[in-house]
Design a protein. Structure first.
Length: 112
């Protein structure tokens, strides 16, 4: 899955978004190989922080406050939350670049 939860996905030019995703994944895998890592997981705290940023980007929009499939509230028992980053591809790209330039801060890299 290239465009997943928390990405700009269908709220951007999908071709440019996927190109960014593929480049980021390629660079991450290269970094991992160069440093002897073969496993990556999101740090739970960083994951929660990104979820808050996704929610914040939508807080002034109707979609961020409606009960619908957009927020998952159409599924009983599912925690509510927006699945898409509405802050724009440029801001998403900047955050991804920041993470990569910091050595993939927010991810746990391991050799298993």
């Amino acid at each position: 899955m290239i465009t997943g939860p928390g990405s700009p996905s269908v709220f951007s030019n999908v071709i440019f978004a996927i190109e960014q995703h593929v480049d980021w994944i390629k660079d991450c895998l290269t970094h991992m190989g160069e440093h002897g890592f073969n496993h990556i997981d999101a740090d739970p705290e960083a994951e929660d922080d990104w979820t808050q940023q996704v929610d914040k980007a939508a807080e002034n929009l109707i979609v961020g406050s409606t009960k619908s499939w957009w927020t998952g509230e159409n599924i009983p028992g599912k925690p509510a939350g927006l699945a898409f980053f509405l802050g724009g591809l440029q801001n998403y790209r900047a955050k991804c670049d920041e993470v990569a330039n910091s050595g993939y801060e927010g991810f746990v890299l391991q050799s298993l």
